[in-house]
Ligand binder design. Structure first.
Ligand code: ATP
Ligand code: MG
Ligand code: MG
Ligand code: MG
Length: 470
């Protein structure tokens, strides 16, 4: 049974043997796109290559890209712990052709890798194509020998990719694995699609048009390829699991979480251990890329992720900070592929420790307020925006942390009321404003930046960027 680390290497080596340049993962903080919160796909570092603004000394590349989807257009935060296939941080394996090969070779390379090299049985696989993409459908027939019922035509934006309102765009083809009947979930495109039976493992994007002005599409003279495969989903299949959290990497982290809290990894705290394992990865990798917890922008998304994990750890029953104690397990598992974890170990560890130390005292008091207030609600009730705002403002509870805590009790929160309370407080604050805002955080950031160097940081410009940009 191949380990996740072996699968990553095998993927990169396969494409290297097929004349692709192995390019290192770029930072989680996009260097070339201020509108994007975090790197959310393998193609992000190549955007300007696809548009022709930037030249590289190669026309084929392959990467294992660090990705975070916890805000903006792709926000999988609320899925984590509850679905078997979503993480906030994951690795996207990809191969790219910059005006070099196109559809036929892309389909051949993908099919040959998963069935020829990794030996997945053909009858477990099916694909989607964009509704009018006969070319792709015919190629799947020819290359994989699929009959029509294994090639599902989808007429939604899911299967048509665009970089933005203008720029390169084109149809996609997604490869799905069928985990077998006894799980909820229908085939791609069906009403019950969102289950764990048919899992999307690989997305092939065929960039064949250029849209400009909006609405006008012309064929690209040299069409390109962008693909993304979820490493953890693929590893689950290769390791005979139907749940990503059962793969080697996650099991190590889940066991570590169970160990430091002295609990059973599969007992009543199972969901919490999964959330903790997932959030540990996104927190550590974001800090290693120069993001630090703060009041807004990227730093606030990080803080939300960290505090969510900390609430789960607290619920399990730990009194002292423990999140940072899981870091060695992560480094053991992923440090050789991502040496930045080793390089910034002290920074990551101290940041995790300090945040938990700070949050602990408020967490206790906030949770008792939350329990008291939620106890007054009827079943399926809604917590008022004012209480949610008090939890935010006085006890440092990000709104989604409150929502996460309520969800366990079948309750929800009044988002609009929260926004209103927030706006009112802003107006009051603006009226009373006398000096600079978050000086302490800024000073810490600049000190660390001098010490460790940094990636471009735009957090302070973007109030509530987590919700608005991307
Ligand atoms: P899904 O429909 O399952 O949410 P997607 O279509 O949003 O996936 P893509 O944008 O096509 O995903 O990303 C390429 C690949 O990355 C997917 O085929 C999948 O294998 C993987 N992937 C996407 N989102 C996640 C996630 N949150 N956690 C783990 N893997 C993911
Ligand atoms: Mg998605
Ligand atoms: Mg999809
Ligand atoms: Mg997809």
């Amino acid at each position: 049974m191949p380990s996740t680390n072996e699968i990553r290497s095998h993927f990169l080596n396969y494409f290297s043997k097929n004349d692709h340049q192995i390019v290192p993962s770029s930072s989680l903080v996009p260097q070339n796109d201020p509108t994007l919160l975090f790197t959310n796909a393998g193609m992000v570092q190549f955007k300007n290559v696809f548009t022709g603004q930037e030249q590289r000394p190669y026309s084929r590349a392959t990467t294992a890209q660090k990705v975070v989807r916890a805000g903006g257009k792709h926000n999988d935060l609320d899925n984590v712990g509850y679905t078997a296939r979503h993480h906030t941080f994951f690795e996207m394996l990809g191969n790219f052709s910059f005006g070099d090969y196109f559809k036929e070779k892309a389909i051949y390379l993908a099919w040959n890798l998963i069935t020829g090299e990794f030996k997945l049985p053909r009858e477990k696989l099916l694909v989607t194509v964009y509704s009018d993409d006969n070319e792709a459908a015919n190629l799947w027939k020819k290359i994989a020998g699929f009959s029509d019922d294994r090639i599902i035509r989808i007429n939604s934006s899911d299967n048509f990719w665009r970089m933005g309102d203008t720029g390169p765009c084109g149809p996609c083809s997604e490869i799905f694995y069928d985990h077998g009947e006894d799980v909820f979930g229908g085939p791609p495109g069906s009403k019950n699609e969102d289950g764990d039976r048919f899992v999307e493992i690989w997305n092939l994007v065929f960039m064949q048009y250029f849209e400009y002005p909006p609405g006008t599409r012309n064929p690209l003279p040299r069409p390109s390829i962008d693909t993304g495969m979820g490493l953890e989903r693929f590893a689950a299949i290769m390791q005979g699991k139907r749940d990503n959290f059962d793969i080697d990497t996650f099991q190590v982290l889940i066991r570590a979480s169970a160990e430091v809290t002295n609990t059973d990894p599969f007992g009543p705290h199972k969901v919490s251990h999964r959330v903790v394992a997932d959030h540990l990865r996104s927190s550590a990798f974001l800090i290693a890329d120069g993001v630090l917890p703060s009041k807004d922008g990227r730093g606030y998304v990080l803080r939300r992720i960290m505090r969510r994990a900390m609430r789960h750890l607290h619920m399990i029953g730990t009194q002292q900070p423990v999140f940072y104690k899981l870091l060695p397990a992560l480094i053991e598992e992923m440090g050789s592929a991502y040496p930045e974890l080793i390089h910034y170990e002290t920074l990551i560890s101290e940041t995790l420790y300090n945040e938990e130390q700070r949050f602990k005292s408020m967490l206790d008091r906030g949770l008792s307020l939350l329990n008291e207030e939620s106890g007054k609600l009827p079943s399926h009730g809604k917590l008022s925006g004012d209480i949610a705002f008090k939890l935010y403002d006085t006890y440092g509870f990000p709104l989604d942390l409150t929502a996460d805590a309520l969800r366990e009790k079948g309750l929800t929160v009044d988002h609009e009321g929260f926004d209103k309370a927030m706006a009112e407080q802003r107006n009051r604050a603006r009226a009373a404003w006398v000096g600079s805002g978050d000086n302490a955080t800024e000073t810490i950031w600049f000190e660390l930046k001098d010490k460790f160097g940094s990636s471009e940081f735009l957090g302070y410009k973007n109030n509530r960027a987590d919700a608005e940009i991307q």
